[in-house]
Design a protein around this ligand. Structure first.
Ligand code: GRF
Length: 189
Protein backbone atom coordinates (compact mmCIF):
# COMPACT_ATOMS: atom_id res chain seq x y z
CA UNK A 1 0.00 0.00 0.00
CA UNK A 2 1.31 3.42 -0.94
CA UNK A 3 0.94 6.41 1.34
CA UNK A 4 1.19 10.10 0.53
CA UNK A 5 1.86 12.18 3.63
CA UNK A 6 0.81 15.84 3.56
CA UNK A 7 2.83 18.21 5.78
CA UNK A 8 3.22 21.94 6.39
CA UNK A 9 5.59 22.10 9.34
CA UNK A 10 7.80 20.16 11.72
CA UNK A 11 6.89 16.72 10.40
CA UNK A 12 7.32 14.71 13.60
CA UNK A 13 4.30 12.58 12.71
CA UNK A 14 5.70 12.06 9.23
CA UNK A 15 8.89 10.84 10.93
CA UNK A 16 6.97 8.46 13.19
CA UNK A 17 5.16 7.01 10.17
CA UNK A 18 8.44 6.60 8.28
CA UNK A 19 10.12 4.90 11.25
CA UNK A 20 7.21 2.55 11.69
CA UNK A 21 7.23 1.63 8.01
CA UNK A 22 10.98 1.02 8.10
CA UNK A 23 10.57 -1.29 11.09
CA UNK A 24 7.74 -3.03 9.19
CA UNK A 25 5.34 -2.35 12.04
CA UNK A 26 3.38 -0.39 9.49
CA UNK A 27 3.06 -2.43 6.33
CA UNK A 28 3.02 0.40 3.83
CA UNK A 29 5.37 2.51 1.77
CA UNK A 30 5.68 6.26 2.19
CA UNK A 31 5.61 6.94 -1.55
CA UNK A 32 5.77 10.71 -1.34
CA UNK A 33 5.32 13.85 0.68
CA UNK A 34 3.12 16.74 -0.38
CA UNK A 35 4.15 20.06 1.17
CA UNK A 36 2.93 23.65 0.83
CA UNK A 37 5.67 25.36 2.83
CA UNK A 38 9.27 25.76 1.61
CA UNK A 39 10.42 26.39 5.22
CA UNK A 40 8.91 23.20 6.64
CA UNK A 41 11.37 21.09 8.63
CA UNK A 42 9.43 18.09 7.28
CA UNK A 43 11.20 18.66 3.95
CA UNK A 44 14.58 17.96 5.57
CA UNK A 45 13.24 14.71 6.96
CA UNK A 46 11.95 13.67 3.53
CA UNK A 47 15.30 14.52 2.00
CA UNK A 48 17.21 12.53 4.65
CA UNK A 49 15.08 9.47 3.98
CA UNK A 50 14.91 9.88 0.20
CA UNK A 51 11.18 10.35 0.11
CA UNK A 52 10.14 12.21 -3.07
CA UNK A 53 8.51 15.56 -2.37
CA UNK A 54 6.00 17.63 -4.25
CA UNK A 55 6.42 21.14 -2.88
CA UNK A 56 3.93 23.67 -4.21
CA UNK A 57 3.20 27.33 -3.69
CA UNK A 58 -0.57 27.78 -3.31
CA UNK A 59 -0.25 31.45 -4.25
CA UNK A 60 0.77 30.52 -7.78
CA UNK A 61 -2.56 28.82 -8.39
CA UNK A 62 -5.91 30.35 -9.30
CA UNK A 63 -7.72 28.62 -6.46
CA UNK A 64 -7.63 25.59 -4.18
CA UNK A 65 -9.23 23.27 -6.71
CA UNK A 66 -6.54 24.03 -9.30
CA UNK A 67 -3.62 22.92 -7.12
CA UNK A 68 -5.67 20.02 -5.83
CA UNK A 69 -6.23 18.83 -9.42
CA UNK A 70 -2.49 18.72 -9.93
CA UNK A 71 -1.99 16.88 -6.63
CA UNK A 72 -4.64 14.30 -7.55
CA UNK A 73 -2.84 13.71 -10.85
CA UNK A 74 0.44 13.17 -9.00
CA UNK A 75 -1.16 10.83 -6.47
CA UNK A 76 -2.79 8.76 -9.23
CA UNK A 77 0.52 8.62 -11.05
CA UNK A 78 2.26 7.31 -7.94
CA UNK A 79 -0.60 4.85 -7.29
CA UNK A 80 -1.28 6.26 -3.84
CA UNK A 81 -3.79 4.20 -1.84
CA UNK A 82 -4.11 6.41 1.22
CA UNK A 83 -3.63 10.11 1.91
CA UNK A 84 -2.29 10.85 5.39
CA UNK A 85 -2.62 14.41 6.67
CA UNK A 86 0.10 15.12 9.22
CA UNK A 87 0.08 18.76 10.22
CA UNK A 88 -1.10 19.94 6.80
CA UNK A 89 -2.48 23.42 7.41
CA UNK A 90 -4.87 23.61 4.45
CA UNK A 91 -8.49 22.67 4.19
CA UNK A 92 -9.24 20.31 1.33
CA UNK A 93 -12.14 21.00 -1.01
CA UNK A 94 -15.02 18.57 -1.61
CA UNK A 95 -13.40 17.89 -5.01
CA UNK A 96 -10.27 16.41 -3.40
CA UNK A 97 -12.19 14.63 -0.67
CA UNK A 98 -14.44 13.11 -3.37
CA UNK A 99 -11.43 11.97 -5.39
CA UNK A 100 -10.08 10.08 -2.34
CA UNK A 101 -13.34 9.26 -0.60
CA UNK A 102 -12.69 7.26 2.59
CA UNK A 103 -9.00 7.28 1.74
CA UNK A 104 -7.84 10.33 3.68
CA UNK A 105 -6.86 10.22 7.35
CA UNK A 106 -6.09 13.08 9.69
CA UNK A 107 -4.66 13.35 13.19
CA UNK A 108 -6.07 15.91 15.58
CA UNK A 109 -4.68 16.73 19.05
CA UNK A 110 -7.89 16.48 21.07
CA UNK A 111 -10.64 14.03 21.87
CA UNK A 112 -12.92 14.94 18.97
CA UNK A 113 -15.64 16.17 18.80
CA UNK A 114 -14.21 18.32 21.61
CA UNK A 115 -11.79 21.14 20.76
CA UNK A 116 -11.89 21.29 16.98
CA UNK A 117 -9.70 23.85 15.20
CA UNK A 118 -6.07 24.88 14.95
CA UNK A 119 -5.37 25.40 18.69
CA UNK A 120 -6.83 22.28 20.19
CA UNK A 121 -4.10 21.63 22.79
CA UNK A 122 -4.06 25.20 24.05
CA UNK A 123 -7.86 25.40 24.06
CA UNK A 124 -8.18 22.25 26.18
CA UNK A 125 -5.45 23.46 28.54
CA UNK A 126 -6.99 26.92 28.95
CA UNK A 127 -10.42 25.42 29.54
CA UNK A 128 -8.99 23.71 32.64
CA UNK A 129 -9.87 20.23 31.38
CA UNK A 130 -8.69 17.21 33.37
CA UNK A 131 -8.12 15.26 30.21
CA UNK A 132 -7.75 15.72 26.49
CA UNK A 133 -6.29 13.38 23.88
CA UNK A 134 -5.56 12.48 20.30
CA UNK A 135 -7.91 11.42 17.52
CA UNK A 136 -7.21 9.82 14.16
CA UNK A 137 -10.22 10.14 11.88
CA UNK A 138 -11.33 9.75 8.29
CA UNK A 139 -11.56 13.11 6.51
CA UNK A 140 -15.00 14.14 5.31
CA UNK A 141 -16.31 17.49 4.05
CA UNK A 142 -16.85 18.75 7.58
CA UNK A 143 -13.58 19.91 9.18
CA UNK A 144 -12.29 17.87 12.18
CA UNK A 145 -15.18 15.47 11.93
CA UNK A 146 -15.55 12.13 10.13
CA UNK A 147 -15.50 8.56 11.44
CA UNK A 148 -12.99 7.95 14.21
CA UNK A 149 -10.34 5.28 13.57
CA UNK A 150 -8.55 5.49 16.94
CA UNK A 151 -8.60 7.78 19.93
CA UNK A 152 -6.47 7.95 23.05
CA UNK A 153 -6.96 9.96 26.20
CA UNK A 154 -4.20 12.07 27.73
CA UNK A 155 -4.48 13.22 31.36
CA UNK A 156 -3.85 16.85 32.21
CA UNK A 157 -2.33 16.96 35.66
CA UNK A 158 -2.17 20.00 37.95
CA UNK A 159 1.57 20.18 37.34
CA UNK A 160 1.24 20.30 33.56
CA UNK A 161 2.22 23.43 31.67
CA UNK A 162 1.07 24.00 28.11
CA UNK A 163 4.51 22.88 27.00
CA UNK A 164 4.52 19.65 28.98
CA UNK A 165 1.01 18.87 27.76
CA UNK A 166 2.11 19.44 24.17
CA UNK A 167 4.97 16.99 24.59
CA UNK A 168 2.67 14.38 26.13
CA UNK A 169 0.22 14.74 23.25
CA UNK A 170 2.91 14.52 20.61
CA UNK A 171 4.33 11.37 22.17
CA UNK A 172 0.89 9.78 22.02
CA UNK A 173 0.42 10.96 18.42
CA UNK A 174 3.64 9.32 17.28
CA UNK A 175 2.51 5.96 18.61
CA UNK A 176 -1.14 6.25 17.65
CA UNK A 177 -0.90 7.46 14.05
CA UNK A 178 1.10 4.54 12.59
CA UNK A 179 -1.15 2.13 14.51
CA UNK A 180 -4.31 3.78 13.20
CA UNK A 181 -2.98 3.78 9.63
CA UNK A 182 -2.15 0.08 9.90
CA UNK A 183 -5.58 -0.70 11.29
CA UNK A 184 -7.34 1.38 8.66
CA UNK A 185 -5.40 -0.16 5.77
CA UNK A 186 -6.35 -3.59 7.00
CA UNK A 187 -10.03 -2.60 7.02
CA UNK A 188 -9.72 -1.44 3.39
CA UNK A 189 -8.30 -4.66 2.00
C1 GRF B 1 0.12 17.58 15.34
O1 GRF B 1 -0.08 18.00 16.65
C2 GRF B 1 -1.17 17.13 14.72
O2 GRF B 1 -2.06 16.59 15.65
C3 GRF B 1 -1.73 18.39 14.14
O3 GRF B 1 -0.61 19.11 13.68
C4 GRF B 1 0.55 18.74 14.44
C5 GRF B 1 1.60 18.35 13.45
O4 GRF B 1 2.86 18.16 14.04
N1 GRF B 1 -2.69 18.10 13.11
P1 GRF B 1 4.07 17.57 13.19
O5 GRF B 1 4.28 18.49 11.98
O6 GRF B 1 3.71 16.18 12.75
O7 GRF B 1 5.25 17.58 14.10
Amino acid sequence: MNLAVFCSGFGSNFQAILDSARKKKLRAKVALMICDNPKAYALKRAHQHQVPVFLFNPKLFKNRASYEKLIVRILKNQKVDLVVLAGFMRILTPYFIGAYRNRILNIHPSLLPRFKGAHAIRDAFNAGEKQTGVTVHVVTKEVDAGPIVLQQKVKISKRDTLKSLESKIHRVEHRLYPLAIQRYLRSLS
